[in-house]
Design a protein around this ligand. Structure first.
Ligand code: NAI
Length: 650
């Protein structure tokens, strides 16, 4: 425990240096806020002090509010009380932003008269990500420095900017290698310059609308984004004090909202998941080989290339290698077109990937990721071959969606090095990564896979071996349940609409059409052959497939996809098939409310989730929530199926 006070003051040539020292990230706890009010008042009274510098100890300036206190009633002094003390202070206050200045941390810096950022500073107001708005002047001071459009973009999209960008935007006044020394020197010459007294620059209405639309588009039911936009707009039309009072009221209202509680649950869930599952020392990974350069393999290769790793993308023959190379080029061309990368950036990343049919390249990699067709015999053959080529200690990973990784590991002479790395499509976009621990996976192999997942910007979640791991296992029951509901009387479009209204990116039938009905059909036939009578049949899906209605790619599936029509339409032929199945089963169709549909569909997920937990396939319920929010388009504002089930899916 840190026994020293969290806020200290020391004098240096007439400057009072106030340091926040509250490890690990200098969060604004009760004690810190109290310490700050005392320190500012004391420095203001002290005649020997002419100016003040505010900084953080360690790697952070102030990383934000103390989220654990969010669940409790607000305590005095509040952060606005700290701001009042700063505004009342007659002496100039300079922020030496040594590291992360996030949320309330940036609000503190904005209440200073001058801001000097160090090279490691990261600045942002990410409150909307937690379903809240800044509550201590952030929505009012930021637009005074950067303009309304930029403030809407930063706050509405919870953007975090680095020092140089912050300087270009006007969030900070200077970037310096040693911000504290520069701040102390600047404090003695600068004048009082309260941001609250500045006026918001007149702005281009079109820019503001564009920024607002961009933020709303990404909000996905998170109403805090619209609130934040309104508050920023207020900065240009209301007096500062009035707008700040309004902002505070909105902050206090939103922190009690169901959305914010759900988003905070996910925030803590990520923190827990980030602890990993093994204390073993990870192995060193310097280069990567990916076997199979199809849809997933190419995406996976680009994930590693983006993070700076040289990648060998290995295919079965020269033609397939050329096609894999084209896919890589396609990924970077798309990023070039969308403006996410410039020419040089796209070329640099693309050149990190070498597509070939030269398997000897496996020997140079410390991590091999297999992404060939989903076929056990083929995967085993590939792993036998990798086993003869890879250097000792190489991590051998499979991207299989459903297959038994223990059976894959068993064909190698090194099952301790075999693991599942299950990416989601599109692999270079989706954050979720299931790290599947097989029976014999060594602790340091698990630790390596977990760490590399984080290195490439993914959210790794540890899973155990079973049919479909955490996500696909639960999701396949969800899809089945949708069809059972159709048998009982709901229409596919009604089910999709109910779940989309709940917040899912796409309903299950729209997803099935997109993914293709034929794959699930083949899986059902395989399972039925292996284990007759083990699963309730899906006669409607079977009939659709027998008619060649494989989904979007066939122009027809659960829906009809007319040439050029922007949206799928309802097809009477599907209605006839459904009616015939109901008649054959003697089912009298009944109606369902949206709420019933949501309860049934998500209830099935939650009950399978409990089994997944009991079997040790998932480590904690919150991991299951993260899987569905980050891999399956589940709405973050609902907190995930396990969180939702515990609250009756409001
Ligand atoms: P795909 O059909 O697009 O690509 C497979 C690639 O493997 C092809 O390019 C093929 O030429 C290559 N290949 C086949 N045999 C090979 C061999 N002996 N040596 C080298 N390369 C060989 O398939 P996709 O969709 O990329 O799936 C690959 C794996 O990823 C499967 O296990 C699948 O279950 C899994 N997966 C797929 C997801 C998806 O959404 N498509 C999502 C997550 C996992």
């Amino acid at each position: 425990m840190n026994q020293s006070p969290p806020v200290s003051v020391r004098a240096q040539s007439g400057v009072a240096v106030i340091t926040i020292d509250a490890p690990p990230v200098n969060a604004l706890s009760d004690a810190v806020r109290r310490g700050l009010v005392d320190a500012f008042m004391q420095a203001d009274r002290d005649d020997a002090v002419t100016a003040i510098v505010l900084t953080g100890a360690g790697d952070s300036f102030v990383a934000g509010a103390d989220l654990r206190e969010m669940a409790l009633p607000p305590q005095s002094p509040s952060l606005p009380d700290v701001m009042l003390a700063m505004e009342a202070c007659a002496k100039p206050i300079v922020a030496a932003i040594n590291g992360a200045a996030l949320g309330g941390g940036l609000e503190l810096a904005l209440a200073c008269d001058l801001r000097i950022a160090g090279p490691r500073a990261a600045l942002g107001l990410p409150e909307t990500k937690l379903g809240m708005v800044p509550g201590s002047g952030g929505t009012q001071r930021l637009p005074r420095l950067v303009g309304s459009a930029k403030a809407i973009e930063m706050i509405g999209q919870a953007k975090i900017v680095k020092a140089q960008e912050a300087l270009a935007l006007g969030v900070v006044d200077q970037v310096a290698e040693d911000p504290l020394t520069v701040a102390i020197a600047a404090a003695t010459t600068t004048r009082k310059r309260r941001v609250s007294r500045m006026v918001v620059q007149a702005a281009d209405a079109e820019q503001i609308t564009k920024a607002a639309d961009g933020a709303i588009r990404r909000a996905r039911g998170n109403t805090a984004v619209a609130s934040a936009i309104e508050l920023v707009r207020d900065a240009a039309r209301l007096p500062f004090d009035e707008a700040v009072a309004k902002e505070r009221a909105e902050f206090l209202r939103l922190r009690e909202s169901e959305e914010s509680k759900a988003l905070r649950h996910l925030f803590f869930a990520e923190r827990e998941a980030g602890k990993g599952a093994s204390d073993a020392k990870p192995r060193d990974i310097r280069s990567v080989a990916v076997i199979g350069g199809g849809l997933m393999g190419a995406g996976i290769a680009s994930c590693f290339a983006d993070a700076g790793f040289p990648v060998s993308l290995i295919e079965r023959d020269a033609d397939a290698a050329a096609a894999a190379g084209e896919r890589i080029a396609g990924i970077y061309d798309a990023q070039l077109r969308s403006g996410r990368l410039d020419d040089a950036g796209a070329r640099e990343k693309r050149e990190r990937v070498t597509a070939s049919d030269d398997w000897t390249r496996v020997a140079d990699a410390q991590l091999v990721v297999e992404a060939v067709f989903e076929d056990m015999a083929l995967k085993q053959e590939v792993f036998r071959r990798i086993d003869t080529l890879a250097a000792p200690g190489t991590i051998l990973a499979t991207n299989t969606s459903y297959l038994d990784i223990d059976a894959i590991a068993a064909v190698t002479g090194r099952p301790q090095d075999v693991i599942g790395l299950h990416f989601f499509s599109p692999a270079n976009v989706m954050r979720l990564l299931e790290v599947v621990r097989a029976d014999k996976t060594a602790p340091d192999a698990l630790a390596t896979a977990f760490r590399i997942g984080r290195r490439i910007g993914k959210l790794p979640i540890i899973a155990g071996v079973c049919d479909g791991f955490i996500g696909n296992r639960i999701f396949s029951l969800f899809r089945r349940e949708a069809e059972y509901l159709v048998e009982e009387g709901a229409t596919p479009e009604r089910i999709d609409r109910a779940l989309e209204r709940y917040g899912l990116a796409m309903g299950p039938f729209a997803v099935a059409d997109l993914a293709g009905l034929d794959i699930a059909w083949a899986t059902r036939k395989r399972r039925e052959a292996a284990n007759p009578g083990s699963e309730r049949p899906l006669p409607i899906s079977d009939k659709l497939c027998e008619l060649g209605r494989f989904g979007r790619k066939a122009g027809r599936g659960w829906y009809l996809y007319r040439d050029g029509a922007p949206k799928p339409s309802v097809d009477p032929e599907v209605g006839d098939i459904v009616a015939a199945v109901r008649a054959a089963k003697g089912i009298a169709a009944r109606t369902f409310t949206d709420a019933e549909i949501v309860q049934r569909m998500l209830g099935v997920m939650a009950s399978e989730g409990k089994k997944v937990l009991a079997e040790g396939i998932a480590q904690r319920a919150s991991d299951i929530d993260l899987v569905f929010v980050n891999g399956y388009g589940f709405p973050a504002v609902k907190g995930g199926p396990m969180y939702g089930a515990a609250r009756g899916f409001p």
